[in-house]
Design a protein around this ligand. Structure first.
Ligand SMILES: *Cc1c(COP(=O)(O)O)cnc(C)c1O
Length: 539
């Protein structure tokens, strides 16, 4: 069968058309038609396609994408491109919006986020400088101030004084939490190795010169046991080496133990007094377990030792919007810097990270001036930012805050926390399952642990015990994989230290407001069924 195709050619005339604004009715209709095709096409797709992803192996998919030449002439029209993505790509992507998709921190977003995102694309502002963004940069400062106030709750007069002052910076928008954490560590590093008599600062002269001038042999960052690996990257990028990003042992509840922190500090100094601690990093909402470190107690230690205190609240930060649960983050206002991700619990599209600093003058430690772009004294946001050109994510978040209000976001946060608690109760009620880490926020971990094994466990010797643990781990790996490959629901999997053993756990993140107990019971039912199938085939 020969398909009839109109030949597509690239020429000056058609090229000009794609840059022209729609002036007549026909071209306006064309624009709307494409938007409709995208919005309704995807809507229809998601309505029909209730699973997580279509069954097709990665090998199979890789076979389809092996073309390495760019076509000379145009291959497709926009309408066909959109159609192709909806029909052929979307089914093999992951339906993260499904209420059965509870394994990751990526989920459904409110529909208006797509509209807001479209506006920023259409305006195409570049907030690196005022000349390419004007009011949008000013709005960014306002959005940063709103979140800074949410975290630090300074006086109205404080915000009045700093909100639009070019000398002040409350923080910054970045592409993600990884860059936000890196920025915080960058500032903390430069704070320890400031310019002084005969030394132009670490930023200018580098780590070797800085350590020499300051009489330091080793620079370290102390992090929570469940720290995100972005902090190890920061250690690498900042030149201290990722082996000097040191984990402080967690206590029984997967939270940093302030006494262990003090011991680590004491030991480091005893080992070599020429050791410089750049920062202590606590987590508010650990990626794996959702646990929150004891921020107040850690802040006490940092205050006593005059250490930079960073809170990685990439996940948990928006909990502050709920009056009911903001107490879970008590002590966050004592942090020198805080990371929060917009694409997590602010329900923004990828990618939006943010970093905040208590002191609005501290980002001068990382200020750069490019002659052609941002001159000293200018208000360009690019002066104190790791990134150069970047989109107006603040316009999306600022608008979302107007649409939702703190109450709107609080409802989402509260639904997540309360549903996770109910889910934990359900897991406790089922004899096949064991709750491993109860939810502090809206993340919990659990595992399949058959009663028969639990009983043998109790009076097993060391070798037998190790064998049983391996058996249970393998069982959980198998069930998770089969459930994922079946494609109706998705729970993720990780490995935790639990009662001094390395145990494989299933991890649930409850953030989709459409996820309710009925769905969660179905997911457990499916896991039980898969387990029984495995048990039968084992026998
Ligand atoms: C997600 C996360 C990060 C990193 O964020 P990205 O946006 O994925 O770079 C850092 N810390 C914690 C605790 C996180 O949950």
């Amino acid at each position: 069968m020969v398909q009839k195709t109109t030949e597509l050619v690239a020429n000056w005339e058609t090229l000009q058309r794609i840059f022209i604004r729609p002036e007549d009715e026909a071209s306006r209709r064309a624009l709307v038609k494409y938007m409709e095709q995208i919005l309704f096409g995807l809507h229809e797709f998601l309505r029909k396609h209730v699973g997580i992803t279509r069954e097709a192996s990665l090998e199979e998919l890789s076979e389809r994408f092996k073309e390495s030449r760019i076509s000379g002439h145009p291959q497709k029209k926009l309408a066909d491109v959109i159609k192709g993505i909806i029909e052929n790509i979307a089914p093999h992507a992951v339906n993260v919006a499904s209420p059965y998709f509870i394994g990751h921190m990526t989920s459904a977003i409110p529909f208006f986020m797509v509209h807001l995102h479209t506006i920023t694309a259409a305006l195409n502002q570049n907030v690196v400088k005022i000349e390419t963004s004007k009011v949008v940069s000013i709005i960014e400062r306002q959005v940063l101030a709103k979140l800074h106030r949410l975290i630090y709750a300074n006086s109205g007069a404080f915000y009045e004084a700093h909100i639009q002052s070019p000398e002040s910076t409350f923080g910054g928008f970045l592409h993600d939490g990884t860059l936000a954490n890196l920025t915080a560590m960058w500032v903390a590093r430069n704070r320890c190795f400031k310019p002084k008599e005969g030394f132009r600062g670490i930023e200018a002269e580098g780590i070797a010169a800085a350590q020499k001038v300051y009489g330091v042999d080793r620079s370290v960052i102390l992090v929570s046991g469940l720290a995100h690996y972005s902090l190890r990257k920061a250690g690498g990028v900042l030149g201290i080496g990722n082996e000097n990003v040191i984990r402080v042992a967690s206590g029984r509840r997967n939270r940093m133990d302030p006494e262990s922190l003090e011991t680590v500090i004491r030991n480091l100094k005893a080992e070599n007094p020429r050791t410089q601690i750049l920062a202590v990093v606590a987590i508010a909402g650990a990626t794996e377990t959702g646990t929150v470190d004891p921020l107040d107690a850690i802040a006490d230690v940092c205050a006593r030792e005059t250490l930079h205190f960073h809170v990685d609240a990439a996940w948990g930060g928006p909990t502050l919007l709920s009056d009911k649960y903001r107490g879970l983050l008590k002590g966050i206002d004592r942090a020198d810097s805080v990371t929060i991700d917009g694409h997590k619990q602010f329900y923004m599209p990828m990618g939006c990270g943010m970093v905040f600093f208590r002191d609005p003058g501290i980002m001068d430690l990382i200020a750069y001036h490019a002659a052609y772009i941002n001159r000293p004294g200018s208000v360009d946001l690019g002066i104190r930012s790791l990134e150069g050109s970047r989109p107006a994510a603040s316009l999306v978040l600022g608008s979302a805050l107007e649409i939702m209000g703190t109450r709107g976001y609080a409802l989402l946060i509260e639904h997540g926390i309360e549903t996770a608690r109910a889910f934990a109760d359900e897991i406790d009620r089922r004899p096949l399952f064991e709750l491993v880490t109860p939810p502090e926020l809206n993340i919990l971990t659990y595992r399949i642990c058959p009663e028969a094994i639990r009983q043998r466990w109790a009076d097993a010797g060391a070798t037998e015990r190790a064998r049983l643990i391996r058996q249970v781990n393998d069982l959980n790996i198998a069930v998770q994989r089969i459930q994922r490959e079946t494609g109706n629901s998705f729970v993720s999997r990780t490995t935790l230290n639990h009662l001094d053993e390395k145990v494989v756990v299933l991890r649930a993140v409850i953030m989709n407001p459409m996820t309710h107990m009925g769905i969660l019971r179905e997911i457990l039912d499916e896991q039980e069924k898969i387990y029984r199938g495995l048990a039968v085939s084992d026998a």
